[in-house]
Design a protein around this ligand. Structure first.
Ligand code: 8YV
Length: 319
């Protein structure tokens, strides 16, 4: 069985994969072009892509040998599931193993934005720090503030646990349905069936819904207008969920206090209007970027490829 790994993975996972299958690794470790992806579809049985590969319907146009797309990552909005399904291709992801790492980055962004850490570091490195003073770079406290979660899946719950148990924040959430009673009790979480009502009640809003057509620009100018002028927006989910022109406008005009972003609509492009603003923290998609997590993601992808090779049910099938 021929397997293509589109980006370089941690060594131990690559080795484990190579011990079992005929594996081709993308030596230059740059994103594959659409033409290269289309070619790969005819040359391999299994494709292991990442978020930097756009698997759209067109890559299947010239025929397709691939039977399994084992995505390295939990989000799969870069894969056209309907098109894959139409080709009879199974798709898997890597849920669970990057929950803590991503929640850690949500809290990193929240703390950096609330305490103006990026601004402070830029000031210091630029030699602009003139010394301590009582009114210098005053941020916001977290204790008693409301963290409003948009979506209440695994990563949202892990983020809420950190915020509540670690920082004494209050928890509210918006979702299609209420979360499990046990989790609601533990977090003393207030459910908002209306997104804008949640936005208006929150001091920090953290996004945890999947990307894709259903959530594109969910946080638009209207949604931002529903937020308090003292509130912050945190996004570790997908860039497309936020209208970044509207966000830049809201930040520039201080209609919200700040934002912390790890994801962007067309990565690695970062909306230019954000780059000049002080009240936004910008990270380069680091959600799952710790050594343990990246290995666990690879091992999970490998488990799916192995199950596929043995004709067993796929542990993390999404299509
Ligand atoms: C991954 C992510 O590193 O898993 C996801 O959905 O957003 C990231 O943290 C990336 O997607 C790898 O494909």
């Amino acid at each position: 069985m021929r397997v293509l790994v589109t980006r370089r993975w941690p060594e131990e996972v690559e080795r484990a994969l190579q011990e079992r299958f005929e594996v081709v690794l993308n030596g230059p470790d740059r994103p594959l072009s659409q033409a290269e992806l289309a070619r790969a579809m005819n040359e391999f049985d299994v494709l292991c892509p990442t978020v930097s590969d756009k698997i759209d319907a067109a890559v299947f146009d010239n025929g397709c040998r691939v039977r399994l797309i084992a995505n390295y990552g939990v989000g799969f909005d870069h894969i056209d599931l309907a098109a894959a399904k139409a080709e009879g291709i199974a798709v898997t992801n890597t849920p669970g193993v990057l929950t803590d790492a991503t929640a850690d980055i949500a809290l990193t962004l929240l703390l950096m934005a609330a305490r103006r850490a990026g601004e402070g570091e830029r000031e210091l490195r630029d030699g602009r720090w003139s010394g301590w003073r009582p009114t210098h770079l005053i941020g916001s406290a977290l204790k008693g503030k409301v963290l409003g979660l948009v979506g209440m899946g695994r990563i949202a719950v892990a983020t809420a646990r950190r915020a509540k148990h670690g920082f004494g924040m209050r928890v509210a959430y918006y979702g299609r349905r209420e979360c499990e009673p046990e989790i609601a009790r533990e977090l003393e979480a207030e459910f908002f069936p209306d997104l804008h009502a949640l936005l208006g009640a929150s001091d920090f809003v953290s996004l945890h819904v999947p990307g894709g057509a259903e959530t594109t620009n969910l946080i638009d100018a209207k949604a931002l207008a529903a937020m308090k002028p003292t509130s912050y927006l945190i996004n570790t989910a997908r860039g497309g969920i936020v209208d970044h022109d509207a966000l830049a406008d809201a930040l520039d005009n201080h209609r919200i206090a700040g934002a912390g972003l790890d994801v962007y609509p067309h990565e690695p492009e970062v909306p230019a209007a954000l780059l000049g603003l002080e009240n936004v923290v910008l990270l380069p998609h680091l959600g799952s970027a710790n050594a343990e997590t990246r290995i666990a993601m690879g091992m999970k992808a490998l488990a799916n490829v192995e199950a596929f090779a043995k004709g067993e049910p796929l542990p993390d099938r999404v299509a």
